[in-house]
Design a protein around this ligand. Structure first.
Ligand code: F0G
Length: 467
C-alpha cells in the first residue's frame, strides 16, 4: 500500500498569491542583488525558504485575539494575559517581553557579560555569536561528537558534557559568563537536545555555579523529539516535557517568531530577581516599558494563543513529519542532507554535493544561487560565508564546520506540492552540478557579513539556467 503523505491538521482559510518570474528575470534579479539572496525582494521569490522566523501563518484564533489587544502603555491587560501564559508554560518568576530574540540577547549580554568572558553554547546561532562578540565576549561552541557524524542518530543537537566540564575546570568560573543550550540546535541542522543532556549540563552548571540559560526559539519542536525518541518520555505530554526542560535552567531567551507562532516577538524569562532588575532598566532604555517591551498589546495577545497552539501534539506531529518528508524528497533528488532531519528545516550538504568548489569559494552559496535561478526558490547558506571571515576581537580566521544550505519551512505555510516542486528543482540542479562554480566576496561588514556582503561569481556562465 502507498505510504500516506503527512497531512495538515488544519485547513486553509485565507490565501496569498505567489508568482514565479521567468528564468532570465531571476538571473537578472540575482545579479542586481550581487548574488546575495538576502538582497532579493520578496516579490521576486516564488517559494521562500530563507527562514522559519516570523514567516508562519496565524490561526483563526490568533487573528481573533489580535482584536483584543489592549494598547495601554503601562499595565495592559494583554501583558497580564501573556504573563499568565508564559508562567504556566515555563514556570519562571520573571518575564521581560521584547520585540525579537536578538534584542533579548543584546539585553542579556549587555548586562551579564564582562569583556573577555566566555559564553559556552552547544552551538551559537549567528545572532547569539554576533551579540556575544559585540559585547566583548568569546563564544565557544561545544557540540557533541555525533553532531558531525554522517550517521542518522537522534539528539545530535546535544552539548559535549565532557568538553564542557573540562573547559570549566581549565578556567575559573568567573571567566565564564554563562552556559547556553540552544534548543533545537539550529546551526547543526535543527537537531534536538535530549532531556538527559539538559539534566547533565544543568547539574554541571549548578555544581560550578555558572548561570545556565536556554536559547529556546524552538522549544516545542525539541519537546516533541524528546517525546518521540527519548526512552521514558512517550507517555508524557508536551507540556510536562516542557516543564521538566525549563526546571533545569536559570532563565531563557526566546525568539517567539518561531515556536511562538507569531510574526514578531520575543522574551526573556528568569528566576534571579537582581538580574531581573538590571534587565528591566535595559529594557526601558532600548525596547519599551516592561509591560509591552517593544511590542503592541495585540502582538502579546497573538503570542498568548500561539504559545499554546504550538504545543498541540497533532500540530507538532505533522510539522516534524512534513520536514522529514521534504528531506526524503531532496535526498531522492540526489542532494545529500543532514540526517536525521531536524525540527524546522532540511539542511543540504553542499560541501559533499560540490566537492570541486573549495570552502573559501562557498559551495553553499553556489547551491543557493542555483536554487533561485533554477526554480525561484530562496534558501540560505550556512557555511563558510556565514561562519567564516575574521574574528573582530582576536583578528583570527574563523572557519565553518560544514558547508550547509538550509531550507527552512515556515510554520503552517507550504503544502506538500510546494515541497515536491522544490525537490524537482533540486533534481535539475543535480543534473548540472559539475557546471556550478564558486563565489568571492567583494565587500563585507565586520559583523554578520552574510546578511549584507556583496559577491561575485567566479564564472558567471555557471549561474545560468537551462530553462
Ligand atoms: N536563537 C536562535 C536559535 C535562532 O534561530 C534565532 C533566529 C535567534 C536566536 C534570533 O532571533 O531572529 O528573533 O532575533 N533565527 C532565525 C533563523 C533568524 O532564520 O534561523 P530573532
Amino acid at each position: 500500500m502507498r505510504k500516506r503523505p503527512p497531512a495538515e491538521p488544519y485547513r486553509i482559510k485565507s490565501v496569498e498569491p505567489i508568482k514565479l518570474l521567468v528564468p532570465e528575470e531571476r538571473l537578472y534579479r540575482l545579479r542586481q542583488a550581487n548574488y546575495n539572496v538576502f538582497k532579493l525582494d520578496g516579490s521576486d521569490i516564488y517559494l521562500d525558504l530563507l527562514t522559519d522566523s516570523g514567516t508562519g501563518a496565524m490561526s483563526a484564533r490568533q487573528w481573533a485575539a489580535l482584536m483584543l489587544g489592549d494598547e495601554t502603555y503601562a499595565g495592559a491587560r494583554s501583558f497580564r494575559n501573556f504573563e499568565k501564559t508564559v508562567k504556566e508554560i515555563f514556570g519562571k518568576r520573571f518575564l521581560l517581553p521584547c520585540h525579537q530574540g536578538r534584542s533579548a540577547e543584546n539585553m542579556v549580554f549587555s548586562t551579564v557579560l564582562k569583556k573577555g568572558q566566555y559564553v559556552l553554547n552547544n552551538t551559537h546561532f549567528d545572532t547569539t555569536r554576533g551579540n556575544t562578540l559585540h559585547k566583548g565576549g568569546i563564544p565557544v561552541d561545544l557540540p557533541c561528537p555525533e553532531a558531525d557524524s554522517e550517521e542518522s542518530i537522534p539528539f545530535k543537537g546535544n552539548m559535549d558534557v565532557v568538553k564542557l566540564e573540562a573547559f570549566i575546570r581549565e578556567h575559573t568560573p568567573e571567566q565564564i559568563a554563562m552556559v547556553i543550550m540552544t534548543i533545537t540546535n539550529n546551526s547543526v541542522g535543527g537537531q534536538p537536545v535530549s532531556m538527559s543532556n539538559i539534566h547533565e549540563v544543568s547539574r554541571i552548571c549548578r555544581y560550578y555555579r555558572i548561570p545556565f540559560f536556554f536559547d529556546c526559539a524552538r522549544f516545542a519542536e525539541n519537546a516533541f523529539f524528546i517525546k518521540r525518541d527519548e526512552p521514558g518520555y512517550q507517555n508524557k505530554s508536551i507540556a510536562e516535557i516542557t516543564t521538566e526542560m525549563f526546571a533545569c535552567c536559570d532563565g531563557a531567551m526566546m525568539s517567539a517568531k518561531k515556536d511562538g507562532l507569531a510574526n514578531i516577538g520575543g522574551f526573556i524569562i528568569l528566576d534571579d530577581e537582581e538580574l531581573f532588575g538590571k534587565l528591566t532598566e535595559m529594557l526601558i532604555l532600548i525596547e519599551g516599558f516592561p509591560t509591552y517591551g517593544g511590542l503592541a498589546g495585540r502582538d502579546l495577545e497573538v503570542l498568548s494563543v500561539g504559545l499554546k497552539e504550538v504545543m498541540d501534539y497533532d500540530y507538532l506531529d505533522f510539522r516534524i513529519d512534513q520536514v522529514k518528508y521534504f528531506g526524503e524528497k531532496i535526498k531522492e533528488a540526489g542532494i545529500p542532507i543532514v540526517e536525521p532531519t531536524g525540527g524546522h528545516a532540511v539542511f543540504c550538504d553542499a560541501g559533499q554535493l560540490l566537492p570541486h568548489i573549495p570552502p573559501e569559494q562557498f559551495p553553499g552559496q553556489s547551491l543557493t544561487a542555483a536554487f533561485y535561478v533554477e526554480g525561484g526558490v530562496r534558501v540560505v547558506e550556512i557555511g563558510s560565508l556565514m561562519f567564516g571571515g575574521v574574528d573582530p576581537n582576536t583578528g583570527e580566521k574563523m572557519t565553518a564546520r560544514r558547508e550547509l544550505v538550509r531550507m527552512a519551512l515556515p510554520r503552517r505555510v507550504f503544502t506538500n506540492s510546494h515541497l515536491d516542486y522544490i525537490a524537482a528543482t533540486a533534481e535539475r540542479i543535480v543534473a548540472r552540478k559539475e557546471s556550478l562554480r564558486g563565489f568571492e566576496i567583494t565587500r563585507e561588514p565586520v559583523f554578520l557579513r552574510h546578511f549584507t556582503c556583496d559577491l561575485k561569481a567566479l564564472n558567471s556562465e555557471s549561474v545560468m539556467v537551462d530553462g
